[in-house]
Design a protein around this ligand. Structure first.
Ligand code: NI
Length: 192
């Protein structure tokens, strides 16, 4: 069994070699960073399942993997369409894509865990999420798909669905953690 890397919200904490680290930095450079206004805008439903959509999904899959992510929403690329990709946690399954996703079921049971976000580098805040969910939508070919998820994958799709509504982990955490996170983010804005 491979060592399971620690997963925090949208981010997989893993050791990378020099080439992997370069790919990660190049991918992150293409992902909108807080306080980019696109991260606060609600996305619109997808109506056309065309080659352009499939190219977008392919690009998102590659960026998510290169960035050490377990999820990535189109809004994080400044594209305001209801599309995200995520790691289902199944080894033999490719990175899944959900278009026009709807959370159709969520457990009453909730759990709190630290979450990071590819658009909020250096921030890790506690977020409460439903432990198990069922999410349905279409894949990039327009086929109806649904997933019953638990663990990190359930957390990841709730995080990605939030991105499509312009909601960030900063809105989901405690006021204390938010204040600490803002302290981490503020100097970055000045530098970068
Ligand atoms: Ni995120």
């Amino acid at each position: 069994m491979p060592v399971v890397a620690q997963i925090e919200g949208e981010i997989r904490e893993q050791e990378l070699d020099a080439e992997g680290e370069t790919r990660r930095r190049l991918a992150l450079a293409q992902i909108r960073q807080y306080p980019d206004p696109a991260l606060r805008m609600p996305a619109k439903p997808v109506e056309e399942f065309d080659d352009e959509l499939r190219r977008l999904v392919d690009r998102m899959r590659a960026l998510m993997v290169d960035a050490s992510g377990v999820g990535l929403a189109a809004t994080q690329l400044g594209i305001l369409r209801r599309v995200f990709v995520f790691d289902t946690g199944e080894d033999d399954e490719e990175v899944a894509a959900l278009v026009n996703p709807e959370l159709v079921r969520r457990s009453d049971e909730a759990g709190t865990d630290d979450e990071g976000c590819l658009s909020l580098q250096g921030v890790l805040v506690p977020v409460e999420r439903a432990v198990t969910v069922r999410i349905e939508g279409r894949n990039e070919r327009g086929e109806q798909v649904g997933y019953d998820l638990e663990g990190f994958a359930a957390r990841a799709v709730q995080h990605e669905l939030d991105h499509l509504d312009g909601v960030l982990i900063l809105d989901r955490t405690t006021s204390e953690a938010r204040r600490a996170a803002m302290g981490t983010l503020r100097p970055r804005v000045v530098i970068g």
